[in-house]
Structures are given as structure tokens and as C-alpha cells.
Ligand binder design. Structure first.
Ligand code: ZN
Ligand code: ZN
Length: 374
């Protein structure tokens, strides 16, 4: 059925305009706005989605990443907000700007944390800062809390959380109800999410760098592509360092006086993709990557040389090397015998691994299987 403007027949899916208008808060995520708007219009998330989209099961999708064309038009009709404004409550326009590869709606995006789910039940979670929720006049979820390079709050210099501190339940915006209708409470146990007594403090510089990247992305800054390309490259290097036989990452962490890290000779992160890693694992990788990123080209070169980093450890065959790091790699040692040495080692049975290491590997494997089941 066409409306008075001859456009799509939104009324056919039972859509009605909401009497109470809604306004997005600074950096607010689409799902957060929707849930708040629903309660403002006396409707819970599940029936809210049905009233906007009919049978289209919105909460099964990651609507904070992007909304398809027709659903976003339907939402525009219900909320009275222009389509362009709604698009900018999703991550897609910004992530597209900073990504070196084309975004695929069915695949993970490197710079967005993955939300694996089955039948609208998500196992992964949106991150949050308890202190931000405490200080909010209206508690809401921010876009920063879905960005994979962000693990800290730049306002409160603490590490974010991604689980209820009382029952460990992940944050699912659509699980809120009239009984528990505010984001400062856990949708599962109802306890407060904003009453953490001892948040894990982080170095101010890390929080500032993470927010700086967010600012570059949100303002479509010209330097954003270089900034993110360098960070992605360094994350690749840090991961390789953790899996190297040289215990290179540990030695670099010591140089920056970072807290004790996982000690395993092989990567403690397995083959899990960066956006699927736990908040804690991402934080470990990012802390070191940002320390390296902050160094001048001369200082970084000296540091890598003094820790015996070779060209093959620093550079990746599968990843683009930013100009600055390509220049640095020219100064690093080249190890022609490494391939031969490795094949000799591979020919021997490795010694048994400790139980905790095996369990950790199993955990990351399970997470990846769940993430792929999206
Ligand atoms: Zn905060
Ligand atoms: Zn809880």
C-alpha cells in the first residue's frame, strides 16, 4: 500500500508513527536510541521491533553496524528521523571510511567488536563504562563501546567492562523490559552496572590515543586512514611477537613496564580474529601496540633493534606495510635461516602443554566457533 507521498507501504507491516519524538544523545548507538525511544512510547523492545519492521527479526541482526535500505526507511517513518540521520547512528559510514577493505555485511569488520548470537541471544556483549552510566542523566550506550580498538574510557581512564559484574551476563540492549528499563541496570539480574567499586585503571595515554582514533573516524579526518593502517599493522606485529619463540612481546612489555602478560611460547590468542577476541585479550594487544605507535620513527627503530626484532617478525607477507614502518624494516636484521630452523623444530614431537594453556586454547576455539555461527 502506498502512502500519501506514493512511497513504500509501511502501514502494511503494522507500522505506526510514535507520539513521543526521540533525540539521539552524543555518540549514541542506534540500538540504545531505539530501546530508550520504545520505553518513552510505552513499548518494550520485542514488540517495538515488530511494530516497526513486522516479521523482520531486527534483534537477530547487528543493527548497530548497519540497517538495510527498507528497514531504515521503515524506521525513519516510525521515529520521524531522516534516513541520513539514522544511518549516522550506525557504525557503517564511519567504519567504511577507516577500513582498508570493502565491508561485507555477512562478515566480521576488523574495527567493530563481533556480537555472535543464536536466536537473538547474544553471547558476546556491548562494552560499557560503569562511571559513565553513573554520571549519565539518561543512561545510554555509546558508539565507542562497539569499536574494537577501544577498551578504555577516555573520561574515567579505566578499562571498560563487557559483563554484568554481579551475574556475568552480557549486555543485550533488546533484553530490557518494563521491569528493568534503564541501561544502568543488568537486564538479567537487575543489579546496578554503575556501582563498580574498584575499576581497573589504565594509563591516561592509552585512553587518549583510543579516543583520538574515534575522533578521527567520527570527523572523517584526512589522517584517519594512515592512523588506522598503522595501528592495524602494529596489532599484527604484536600478535606475531606473542607467538614468536623469542618471547619478544614479553621483552617489549618489560621495556614499557606493562603489567605481566601471558607467558606462553605460542600465541595465547590462538587464531581468533581480532574483533572476536575477549575485551581483556584485545586490551593486552592494544596496550603494547599503542605504546609502539606513540614512538617516533627513530625511537621505534632503536627499540626494535635492541630487542632483536627481525624484518620477518616485524613485517607480514599478508598485510600492507605503511610507509613509516616500511622504512623502519630496512634497518632490521633479515633471518634467511629461520625457515630451515623452524622445519627442524617441527620435525620433533613438542613437549606436553600445561593444563591451563590447553584450556585457554580451547576457550578461544569455542569463541571462534560461536562467532562463525552468526
Ligand atoms: Zn567513563
Ligand atoms: Zn547481572
Amino acid at each position: 500500500m502506498a502512502d500519501s507521498k506514493g512511497q513504500l507501504g509501511y502501514t502494511s507491516s503494522g507500522i505506526t508513527k510514535w507520539p513521543n519524538p526521540v533525540h539521539a544523545l552524543p555518540d549514541e548507538l542506534l540500538s540504545s536510541l531505539l530501546i530508550r525511544a520504545g520505553f518513552q512510547n510505552h513499548i518494550e523492545p520485542m514488540p517495538l521491533a515488530a511494530s516497526i519492521w513486522g516479521k523482520w527479526r531486527a534483534w537477530v541482526f547487528d543493527i548497530d553496524r548497519a540497517l538495510p535500505k527498507v528497514p531504515i526507511q521503515q524506521l525513519s517513518y516510525s521515529t520521524g528521523m531522516p534516513v541520513q540521520q539514522l544511518k549516522h547512528l550506525t557504525l557503517k559510514p564511519y567504519i567504511r571510511y577507516i577500513s582498508s577493505v570493502k565491508l561485507n555485511a555477512k562478515q566480521r569488520w576488523f574495527w567493530v567488536t563481533s556480537l555472535a548470537h543464536r536466536n537473538a541471544v547474544r553471547r558476546s556483549s556491548i562494552m560499557f563504562c560503569p562511571q559513565c552510566l553513573l554520571e549519565d542523566a539518561i543512561p545510554y550506550l555509546r558508539m565507542q563501546w562497539r569499536c574494537s580498538w577501544i577498551t578504555t574510557c577516555h573520561e574515567h581512564h579505566c578499562v571498560l567492562l563487557d559483563r554484568c559484574p554481579h551475574c556475568e551476563y552480557p549486555i543485550h540492549p533488546h533484553r530490557y523490559s518494563f521491569n528493568i528499563s534503564s541501561f544502568n541496570r543488568c537486564a538479567s539480574c537487575g543489579d546496578r552496572l554503575d556501582e563498580l567499586k574498584a575499576p581497573t585503571k589504565t594509563h591516561t595515554e592509552i585512553a587518549q590515543q583510543q579516543q583520538h582514533g574515534f575522533h578521527l573516524m567520527r570527523t572523517f579526518d584526512d589522517s584517519a586512514d594512515t592512523w588506522f593502517a598503522e595501528l592495524k599493522f602494529l596489532l599484527g606485529f604484536v600478535r606475531k611477537s606473542y607467538s614468536s619463540q623469542l618471547k619478544c612481546a614479553q621483552s617489549l612489555c618489560n621495556a614499557f613496564e606493562l603489567a605481566p602478560r601471558p607467558q606462553q611460547g605460542l600465541s595465547p590468542f590462538g587464531s581468533v580474529n581480532f574483533p572476536d577476541l575477549t575485551l581483556n585479550d584485545r586490551h593486552i594487544l592494544l596496550e603494547l601496540a599503542f605504546r609502539l605507535k606513540a614512538l617516533s620513527t627513530t625511537d621505534l627503530t632503536s627499540l626494535l633493534l635492541s630487542h632483536g626484532v627481525t624484518c620477518s617478525l616485524f613485517k607480514s607477507d599478508s598485510q600492507h606495510t605503511p610507509e613509516r614502518f616500511d622504512a623502519i624494516s630496512q634497518h632490521l636484521k633479515r633471518m634467511d635461516r629461520s625457515r630451515k630452523a623452524r622445519s627442524t623444530t617441527d620435525a620433533q614431537w613438542p613437549p606436553p602443554k600445561p593444563d591451563d594453556q590447553v584450556q585457554r586454547k580451547l576457550d578461544v576455539l569455542h569463541r571462534e566457533i560461536r562467532a562463525r555461527g552468526r
